[in-house]
Design a protein around this ligand. Sequence first.
Ligand code: WTA
Length: 650
Amino acid sequence: MAEEDRSKDVLPTSEVYHPGIGSYQQVYRESLESPEDFWSKQAGILDWHKRWDKVLDDSNPPFYRWFVNGKLNASYNALDRHLLHGRRNKAAYIWIAENGDEKIVTYDGLYRRVNNFARALIDLGMKKGDRVIIYLPMILEAPVAMLAAARLGIVFSFVFAGFGAGALAERINDSGAKMVITADGAFRNGKVVELKKIVDEALESTSTVTTVVVVKRTGTDVQMDEERDIWWHDVMKDSSTYVEPEWMDSNDPLYILYTSGTTGKPKGAVHGNGGYSVWVANTLRWAFDPREDDRWWCAADIGWVTGHSYIVFAPLFLGLTSIMYEGSITYPAPDRLWEIIDRYRVNLLYTSPTAIRTLMRFGEKYPKMHDLSSLRVLGTVGEPINPAAWKWYYEHIGHSNCPIIDTYWQTETGGFMIAPPLALGLPPLKPGSATFPMPGVDPVILDEHGKELKAEEKGYIAYRRPWPGMFLTLNNDPERFKKVYFEKYPGKYFCGDYAIRDSDGYYWLLGRADEVLNVAGHRLGTIEVEDALISSKEVAESAVFGKPDPVKGEVIVAFVVLKEQYQDEPDIVAKLRKRIREDLGPIYVPEEIHIVKTLPKTRSGKIMRRVVKAVALNQLPGDISTLENSASVDEVKAAIEIFSKETRKK
Ligand code: WTA
């Protein structure tokens, strides 16, 4: 969202919800003034096997450790304890297939499946501390696998099923996984994506995996390697087994989730058991105020952090009933989301601005086809929401009765950082602002040199103190952890986003301040795409950047210089697209690929991506005093002109 898009509207939320901001301010103040007492109380949202000795150990910054020496188990907190407290027969998930089939699994049913799969993991030789990759679509086996791993202290790393073989192999290698859990295929927009085939290809460039467990979902033909591959249904033999949970140290790792940074190598954010669990459960409660009987629908993919925290851990810790939907929100028709809300009487909906903008384009006709009166709260995540989309969501979906909970956070933060605190007292909402920090979150807006900025000044958002959901480190790379997040502003966590705090104290998140893209709410690295292009035999050089897009927020644009001998290669653009799709995954495929003879460079030979972007977007290129080959700029301009003419013709 551009700064000038900030809305001047203020919505008096007393119309939609009341407690008033006063109680929030009191809770917030308490969280900063007496953090020990505050977090001791909040940690009671979980059952602990052994109480912690100390709430926060900050003696070795930035490696902050929460609930020191406390012991607990995430799967116990998600399942076992609910069986003792009246939720045995309550639905944990109402799962809806892309073709409309439905499966309801109760807390007891989920508990039995998780124990069954945990037993299978033991039988397959997996033990505490081992690493497992989960590469599954939106099917119930995904939370089962995650919880079974968590039960045993096996560190899982979920790889979004839309990633390609190269991205998968990289994550397997970095995590050192012994096992991959996947499916024969995934249904997407009525088609089958052959996941097992992608796994087979990825495993050609890895060496640690000894077992692949395969869920049969699509019935697609797969090659099973007798030594290595085994069917899920063949290992789920003992549905009445009980596996004692491993009592994990609060700071033992729970999972690793890879996310894009400013280099070609994704960062493996490691989340722990104690602080993370306390954080996700409390933030969901504070921001959305879910009730026992509600139906909660987080419409993200389980492979991203939103799915980890708010499809799996937080709602299960709170004993809620979640909707889990397998397919695309526009398949088979653009009313899919609304139809599910109507049919299942969904109360709380949590989705992305891109989804809202996509559905908005189809018009009000589609939501009007359905009764959406069950909705009480609407949420968004993943990217700035522009006021127009906010208002459409508020009026046409919430019928001006549902507050919009715009949650700002990151993979690294584990859960919401800035979001309207519905359960604590909601402030009047301003369309496009994520409002106020969650309890315990202490943000500050700084300039390049670390000077604190005044209200209404745009700067970088940083946090002055740790919070329980903060990741522990980067897998295999504690130095990068320190450098990326704590070097720019010593003693503070720097997260790479621009923000403004307005004169009423509201936070407005204004997008990434680095080379990271946000495409349809997905965080992607420009350098990853450049690396994939350069590793194609035809490509000599490339420059990749994001271009603003009215629906997806940003789309990827690539400029490519071909090697001499491939100058006349036929269908080169299609070939490069295919290559990126297979290597990184479909979400990485550039919207535009332009072939040019040279790219703007500095005298030392560094490609000036910033200049390519500015010229291509018709903006001022900034300082070009170090530019070596000014003719390249004309070429970039010419390529864009030809492209615009051709697009107009179409
Ligand atoms: C962006 C997704 C504005 C931001 C949970 C952040 C947002 C990155 C919002 C993290 C929001 C996320 N308003 N921007 N409500 N939510 N972002 O790690 O740039 O996939 O740094 O986590 O998304 O993306 P990630």
